[in-house]
Design a protein around this ligand. Sequence first.
Ligand code: NAI
Length: 342
Amino acid sequence: PRHSFAHRAQKQKVWSPQYRVQPQASFKVAILGAAGGIGQPLSLLIKMSPLVSTLYLYDIAAHVKGIAADLSHCNTPSQVLGFTGTSQLANSLKGVDVVVITAGVTAKPGMTRGDLFSINVIIVKTLVEAVADNCPGALIHMISNPVNSTVPIAAEVMKQKGVYDPKKLFGITTLDVVRVNTFVAQKKNLKVVDVDVPVVGGHDGITILPLLSKTRPSVSFTDEEVLELTVRIQNAGLEVVEAKAGAGSATLSMAYAARFLESSLRALDGDESVYECSFVQSDVTDLPFFASRVKLGKKGVEAVISSELQGLTEFEQKALLALKPELKASIEKGVTFVQKQA
Ligand code: NAI
């Protein structure tokens, strides 16, 4: 008898993801802002993860239910459910292991991340309050900008609710790492998968500091190359905003950068060699939050790696000094915002 391609493929156990990759774990993930430019491709990528059993998609936009229906037809192991409206927010968070917050507005041409502050901080505060009430033990992955302020906001909200665990709060800076790895590979004609450059500091303009001297495999850069690459990475978001000409900011590369989520899930699942750069509470500098490489474990941040901040070049040392006041101000702005509302 003639069988459909899918049927034949399933018999051969080659095509269907559930045959090719057996689920090893069953984590529940919620994506808040799932109907957005980042939320949608991110949800698709997470739907492909063998480590996820349940994917909850929440957005104020009602068509998030359609996005969930659409994704639910993919024959991968996880179950997908859509939630909309504030009345359904709590249910979208029940029993969840990881919450990704990508709700908010994006940078338009001429806008800085600072301009996003007033709108996004209110959205983020409300969502984190719901996380504190419904899944206080979950890892929080903060994508909503300005990350330099939204992460301290989340920390303050969790503190006010008495459930703050600094090891479980992450500002997602992976896109900076993804970009620098790509740009360095292009510039130095390296295989892109081999390139690894840590990015420290924060996630806005000059607070983004790629440590090019720590590039693996070891390569040398001229002073001009260091300056050009550093400035390009700091402004790469703008490259996309301008090219999209008012139709949004980086969404697909950001969704890809949510490989951070896959990394977190692997660490939750017991993989003991997972490292990513992230903006976390940290004492590697005199600032309360700082992005650097962290070791991920079953309970979130297992260790913050400070060694990469040793032996910096003069350029990097100066850039680090220069970024600190700006990063400090953004952190304080977030903290003050929550404290004023209390
Ligand atoms: P978008 O405008 O396409 O999507 C945002 C989504 O959030 C929309 O579906 C909207 O309905 C939803 N939303 C708004 N208020 C909400 C609320 N109170 N509750 C639930 N959902 C709500 O924006 P896009 O491009 O997806 O960007 C989202 C955020 O990510 C922005 O803040 C942006 O600046 C930030 N971003 C962060 C990056 C990073 O590297 N961390 C990179 C690029 C963007």
